[in-house]
Structure formats: structure tokens, C-alpha cells
Design a protein around this ligand. Structure first.
Ligand code: DAH
Length: 354
């Protein structure tokens, strides 16, 4: 038999075998047997050299064309077999109920924060942010909080190291540091009030911001305390700002948040960065249901002139109010939650309810 005939016969046999390969493994084996380095088809190529000169071009052409055809059949068969391997072995019952994917939800504290932010945005406030690791300048000194203030005590504040290694340009005053001269402590912020300073230092008045965020205090966890919790700070600076602006704003936001039956009460208090300073008490049908007349909910006051001076605002020109309240407390009231620790346990049975 001539080589040309042989090529055609071998090709037909190879095609038949490739097309009949029952699975991917068999297909690869068939490929090796025919067109691999030791395959029968490859052996044919080697025989080319033994042909008379004038027959070589025709035979070479035929072999190449056959190889191309075999490669194409190989690829198409491989695709078919791959698809077959991916399909379910058992017939599919399309009448079975589907598998429902459970949807995630926002954490109740995030929901409450979003609602507070939404209420403030309605009256022109923007959200500001600041670092959770602070230096004592932003957390205390600049807020007119003296070195002997109890908040500076390591019983109340988490100190985490040298501020200068975290804030290369930190402005902490070493002479006021309780840890000794030269030591500029870095700490976990004990309140969001530090954001007031960062914002005022970075822009000229007027200012209308709220700053929600996480704060830290050395507390043992119990039903109403946790070493990590959340606050929202508010700061309004402009000309001729009065206490009635503060009361009107806070009242508007609480009515948006908790319903129109809420009542607020402002009680004199002391904070070193406001003068006068007040605490805000809150009551509603819900509070009464808890068997209480009033619940303390926030600290606030008119920004102290010294704080303005510290950030380079002229206290003779600018006036303002500030407040800070705890987000957990509001969320607990709103949802009737009696243990703050539930917020942090990430128990899906708890979180699913909100
Ligand atoms: N920083 C205070 C706290 O953590 C709350 C507070 C009181 C914030 C008075 C203020 C303020 O901005 O003016 O208890």
C-alpha cells in the first residue's frame, strides 16, 4: 500500500477513535496514541524521509492537513466531554424548591447611627471623621482638660504607647503629661470630642459637623458598660450662636429619631470644653414603660472661648455649641434592649431581629 493510502486510512481510524472516546481520560490517551511524540501519526512523519523525492511534497501536505483535522476533532470532542463531566449525573428535578440565600443586614448600631446622620443632614450638617488612636493634645489639652483631670488617669484611659511614633507632628505638651516629662502618650480616644479639634484646626468657621465613631474607656463590661462603645459628636460654630439653637437642634433630631412624644430636659453640668455646660435628659412613653422618669442621654454646652483660642478661632467673633451622646444608649432605648453586651456578641439570633 502506498504511503498516501496509508495516511488516509490511519487518519480515518484516528478520527473514529477520538470521536468515540467515552471520557476525558480516554481522550487524552487516544491523543497520545496517535499524535503524541510516540504516536502512530507521528511515526508516519518519520517515514517521509524514505519516499522518493517527487512524492515527498504531496505526502507531507497530506500528513499536515490530516494533523490539523485531527487537532480540530480533538478540541471539539474535549469540549463535549468537559460539558458532559460538568453536568449532574442524576437527572435534575426542576420542581424541587430552590435554595434561598439569606441576606445580610446592617448592625442595629449602624442602623441607629445612619438614622441620626440622616436627621442631621436634613438641617445641613456633614459627617466628619478622626482617628481612634489619638494623642493627648487632641483628646484632652486642646479641650481645656487639665493634666489633673480624672479622665487622664490610666484607670479611665487606654494608653497605647508613644504618640510621636504614631503622629510625627503630634502637638502633645510633654509638661502636662501625667506619665512624666518627655513622654507624649498615644491613647485610644475616650470620646469623639477630639474630632472637634481636628476639624476646627483644618478649616475656618463656620462649621456644622457631626462625628460618629468608636470610643474606648477602661470599664468592666456589664449590662450598661463596655470598654468599647460609640458616640456621636456635634459641633456648630458661627456668629451669634445661642443655647436656643442647641436646644432646637437636639429636639428636632430626637423627635425625628424617637417620635414626636419625646421630651428633653437640659440640666446644668460641668465639662471643661463648654461654658455653660449641660446634660440632656430624655423621656418618652418608652422611658416611662421602663419605670423611669428621665434618662440621661448626652452632654453638651456652648464651646469654651479657650477651645476657640486653642484652634486659632477668635473667641470674640465666633460662638458655637457642641454635644456628645452615646449611640448604644439610644439604640437600647429604641429597641428595648437591656444589655449592652448583646451588641458586640455577633449572635445571629440577636442581630436577625433588627
Ligand atoms: N465628651 C463628653 C463625654 O464623653 C460628651 C460631651 C459633653 C461632648 C459636652 C461635648 C460636650 O461636645 O460639649 O462624656
Amino acid at each position: 500500500m502506498s504511503l498516501l493510502n496509508e495516511i488516509e486510512l490511519l487518519k480515518q481510524a484516528a478520527l473514529a477513535e477520538l470521536k468515540a472516546a467515552p471520557d476525558l481520560a480516554a481522550l487524552e490517551q487516544t491523543k497520545g496514541a496517535w499524535i503524541g511524540p510516540n504516536g502512530k501519526f507521528t511515526a508516519l512523519m518519520k517515514q517521509l524521509g524514505t519516499l522518493p523525492k517527487e512524492e515527498k511534497p504531496a505526502a507531507g501536505k497530506l500528513i499536515n492537513a490530516a494533523k490539523v483535522e485531527l487537532e480540530a476533532v480533538l478540541v471539539s470532542r474535549r469540549e463535549d466531554l468537559e460539558l458532559k463531566a460538568a453536568l449532574p449525573k442524576e437527572p435534575t428535578d426542576f420542581t424541587l424548591p430552590g435554595r434561598r440565600r439569606t441576606l445580610g443586614k446592617l448592625h442595629p448600631l449602624t442602623q441607629v447611627t445612619d438614622d441620626i446622620v440622616r436627621a442631621f443632614r436634613k438641617i445641613g450638617f456633614v459627617v466628619a471623621d478622626g482617628p481612634e488612636i489619638e494623642d493627648d493634645y487632641h483628646c484632652f489639652d486642646s479641650l481645656n482638660t487639665p493634666a489633673d483631670h480624672p479622665a487622664r488617669d490610666s484607670q479611665d484611659t487606654f494608653y497605647v504607647g508613644q504618640a510621636s511614633s504614631l503622629f510625627p507632628n503630634c502637638e502633645s505638651d510633654p509638661s502636662t503629661s501625667t506619665a512624666g516629662a518627655g513622654w507624649k502618650p498615644a491613647l485610644l480616644r475616650t470620646h469623639t470630642s477630639s474630632v472637634q479639634i481636628r476639624v476646627m484646626k483644618s478649616q475656618p468657621p463656620p462649621i456644622r459637623i457631626i462625628a460618629p465613631g468608636r470610643v474606648y474607656r477602661r470599664d468592666n463590661a456589664d449590662a450598661t458598660h463596655n470598654p468599647t462603645f460609640h458616640q456621636i459628636e456635634g459641633l456648630y460654630v458661627d456668629k451669634n450662636v445661642t443655647v436656643s439653637d442647641l436646644k432646637g437642634t437636639v429636639e428636632f433630631v430626637f423627635k425625628e429619631l424617637m417620635g414626636s412624644d419625646v421630651k428633653l430636659r437640659f440640666r446644668p453640668h460641668y465639662f471643661s470644653y463648654t461654658e455653660p455646660s449641660m446634660e440632656i435628659d430624655f423621656t418618652s412613653a418608652l422611658v416611662k414603660k421602663l419605670g423611669k422618669d428621665w434618662l440621661e442621654i448626652a452632654g453638651c454646652g456652648m464651646v469654651h472661648p479657650q477651645v476657640f483660642a486653642n484652634v486659632g478661632y477668635d473667641p470674640e467673633v465666633w460662638t458655637g455649641w457642641a454635644f456628645g451622646f452615646g449611640i448604644e444608649r439610644i439604640a437600647m432605648l429604641r429597641y428595648g434592649i437591656n444589655d449592652i453586651r448583646l451588641f458586640y456578641e455577633n449572635d445571629a439570633r440577636f442581630l436577625r431581629q433588627f
